[in-house]
Structures are given as structure tokens and as C-alpha cells.
Write a protein that binds this ligand. Structure first.
Ligand SMILES: Nc1ncnc2c1ncn2[C@@H]1O[C@H](COP(=O)(O)OP(=O)(O)O)[C@@H](O)[C@H]1O
Ligand SMILES: [Mg+2]
Length: 377
């Protein structure tokens, strides 16, 4: 565990970049430092690997003051990833990734094998190994940066706005990749961003910093969304807090009904037995085809929209399906895309109220996944 204990950093010109910051950073999880520009995120990160020395306070790594550890040992145990990846432009991708292993005295062959293994890990095609950084897209370069930081298998990864320079679509891909990697590798990651959505998406714990390097709140993302500590945090979180928080609740408990689900070739008596105003028509395999208005001839079906997977998708995803559905009912499907039932906006609304009153957000053992797949695991 990394423990930041009442740390202050005052630069020689008098700027207080970090002001009496205390944080416990748990092992094998992603802790995000988030806040507006200039609030001391980079300074905090760099004090962990001693690129910057604190003016006051201590930083402990597994109970030991980092001040007492040789910088080389410390940094070997801490991969460091920055914006724009910071690659060596005159070295190939493979050589970039092999930098630290080579420094540690690994043989050429072993370092090369390690680079190849890591390229695969971070989703880079082996054919890119001999290219130079300028021949790669921004997203690919960022992956190289992550691979390079992982090369010597350090237990800690420090990441400073690693995805800030790429477009939103690429960024989401890199975030997904980081979560997947983290599932496999279980590093202790300290991740800096100014983007609160990124923080909420990636963080197991999120530290919100404010100008002057002061801690505004330190909490799991679901708690930030439900209980911002003050007006600054609330403002920083932005709009739709309530909706976004639903990402942390499972759709598992939604009560589905199958009364209104009918196969396309169902006999007339079966159709007549449906009391709901709309029927969900399925194909021979049980997959959704569309909604049919009760009493209509069934030639024209309304779109069933985007279905959700109970237990895999969050309540937010289920609500979104219902809101987008022309009938106000969401369609639930299993892994094969077969309909398992339908659920109304009203039922989802009741589940949301129940979740808020009875349960803590489902941030359980495997929190924070996609925008509306937070509970997917
Ligand atoms: N080397 C430095 N000398 C003086 N002031 C600095 C130095 N580095 C950063 N600062 C100042 O410290 C504050 C925090 O900077 P920084 O840690 O880079 O914030 P962030 O990463 O959150 O944008 C800012 O006011 C910045 O201008
Ligand atoms: Mg910074």
C-alpha cells in the first residue's frame, strides 16, 4: 500500500502545489487523482516516485518511507506513463518497450521476447515492432507507453493523463483495455486525469483535488455521485449525477414479465390472451423482432430498440433501453440474444427507488466498468 501522509509541496517560487494531502492508496486497484488543471495532481504523482521531493510529510510504500529508498530501486518498482507516451522517437517500438529490461541487464533476446509478449498484452500487432513512434497513431503510441511501463513487471503503475491527448473514441478503447489489463495483472495503479468521467469509469477510489492542492473528497465513484462532499465536488461532477450513479446498480433484480412475449407464429388465442397494449414478437430462435400493437395485424412492427442483459448491464442501461423504446418497455436478452422477458419504465423506476433506499451501490468486488456497463464485471 502507498500511504501519503500529510504531504505538502512548496516550489521554490512559493507556489503551494500540494497542501497537507493524506491518502491511502490500496493495493491492486486503480486510484484516480482528479481535479482541475494546476491542482497538484502531477506533483503528487511525482512525489510518489521521487521525481519531486515533498517539502513536508511522508510517503510510505508498504510501510517504508520512500525517502529512505534508493531512487533506482523505487522507480524500478513503479512504471510511469505520461501523456503522448513520451516515447524515444529514434528507437523502434520493440526497443522502446525493451528499454527498462535492457537497462536492468537483460539479454537482447529475452528483452525482445518480453517486448513481443507485452505488445500482444496491450493489443498491438506484432508487425508494429520494427516501426518508429511517428509511424503509429496516437492511440497505438499510448499503448506502447503502457507496455513500456509494464516491461519490468513493476507492482506499481503511475499514469499521468495517459489518455488525454487522444480522441474520445480511442480514449474509451484505451480505458477498456486498461480495465482488462488490470483484471489480468492486478497492479497498484495511481491514475491522474482532469476528466471526471474517466475518473468515475476507471477508479476504484477517486481523490478529487481542488486548486491549492487540497483534497476535496476521497471516495469510491458511486459515493462521490451520491454524496458529493461540497459544492465544489458537486459542480466538478457535472450534470446527471443521479442517472450516472445508476451505472453502479445491477439490473439483476428487475422483475421481468414474459406474458407479452410471443413468437411470430403464435396462434391467435395466444395473442388474444395478452393484456398489455404491446406484444413483443420474437423469431423462431426467440430473438426479438419488434413490438406489435395489440389488435394490429402485425405487419408493421415497432423497433424494440437496444436490449439489455440482466445482471450484466446496469440499471442505467436498462433504464436507457426503456426510455429509448417506443413502448416504454425494455427488452431483456440472454448471452445468445434470446428474449428472457420485458420490463416497464415504471418497474425500473420502482427498482431504482428500492436500490436507493435499501442497498449500497453495487460497487462490490469488481466495480466500475463501461459507461452503462458498470456492473458487467
Ligand atoms: N517546477 C515548478 N515550479 C513552480 N511551480 C510549479 C512547478 N511545477 C508545478 N508548479 C505549480 O504547482 C501547481 C500544481 O501543478 P501540477 O502538479 O502540475 O498540477 P496539475 O498536474 O494538477 O495540473 C501549479 O500551480 C503549477 O503551476
Ligand atoms: Mg498535470
Amino acid at each position: 500500500m502507498i500511504r501519503i501522509d500529510s504531504v505538502t509541496k512548496r516550489y521554490p517560487d512559493g507556489t503551494v502545489a500540494v497542501d497537507r494531502l493524506s491518502l491511502e492508496i490500496p493495493d491492486r486497484s486503480i486510484t484516480v487523482l482528479v481535479g482541475p488543471s494546476g491542482c497538484g495532481k502531477t506533483t503528487t504523482l511525482r512525489m510518489i516516485n521521487r521525481m519531486v521531493e515533498p517539502t513536508e510529510g511522508t510517503i510510505l510504500l508498504d510501510g517504508e518511507d520512500v525517502q529512505h529508498q534508493p531512487v533506482t530501486t523505487l522507480r524500478r518498482n513503479m512504471g510511469y506513463v505520461i501523456q503522448n507516451a513520451g516515447l524515444f522517437q529514434h528507437r523502434t517500438i520493440a526497443d522502446n518497450i525493451a528499454t527498462v529490461p535492457r537497462m536492468l541487464g537483460w539479454g537482447k533476446q529475452r528483452a525482445r521476447e518480453r517486448a513481443a509478449e507485452l505488445m500482444e498484452r496491450v493489443g498491438l500487432d506484432a508487425s508494429l515492432a520494427r516501426r518508429y513512434p511517428y509511424q503509429l497513431s496516437g492511440g497505438q503510441q499510448q499503448r506502447v507507453g503502457v507496455a513500456r511501463a509494464l516491461a519490468a513487471d513493476p507492482p506499481v503503475l503511475l499514469m499521468d493523463e495517459p489518455f488525454s491527448a487522444v480522441d474520445p473514441v480511442v480514449r474509451k478503447g484505451l480505458q477498456d483495455e486498461l480495465l482488462r489489463l488490470q483484471d489480468e495483472l492486478g497492479k497498484t495503479i495511481v491514475f491522474v486525469t482532469h476528466d471526471i468521467d474517466e475518473a468515475i469509469r476507471l477508479g476504484t477510489m477517486v481523490a478529487v483535488l481542488r486548486e491549492g492542492g487540497r483534497l476535496a473528497q476521497y471516495a469510491p465513484p458511486a459515493e462521490l455521485l451520491s454524496n458529493p462532499a461540497d459544492a465544489f465536488v458537486e459542480d466538478f461532477l457535472g450534470a446527471d449525477r443521479g442517472i450516472r450513479r445508476l451505472s453502479f446498480y445491477t439490473s439483476d433484480a428487475l422483475e421481468l414479465t414474459t406474458d407479452a412475449v410471443v413468437p411470430a407464429d403464435a396462434p391467435a388465442e395466444r395473442l388474444a390472451a395478452v393484456e398489455a397494449p404491446y406484444l413483443l414478437v420474437t423469431d423462431v430462435d426467440g430473438r426479438p423482432r419488434g413490438w406489435r400493437e395489440r389488435g394490429s395485424d402485425g405487419d408493421r412492427l415497432l423497433s424494440y430498440g437496444r436490449p439489455f442483459r440482466p445482471g450484466v448491464d446496469s440499471l442505467r442501461a436498462a433504464l436507457d433501453c426503456a426510455v429509448l423504446s417506443p413502448t416504454g418497455w425494455a427488452v431483456a436478452v440472454d448471452a445468445d440474444g434470446k428474449v428472457t422477458g420485458v420490463v416497464s419504465q415504471q418497474t425500473i423506476g420502482e427498482a431504482i427507488r428500492a436500490a436507493h433506499t435499501h442497498a449500497e451501490p453495487d460497487a462490490g468486488e469488481d466495480p466500475a466498468r463501461g459507461e452503462d456497463e458498470k456492473v458487467a464485471g
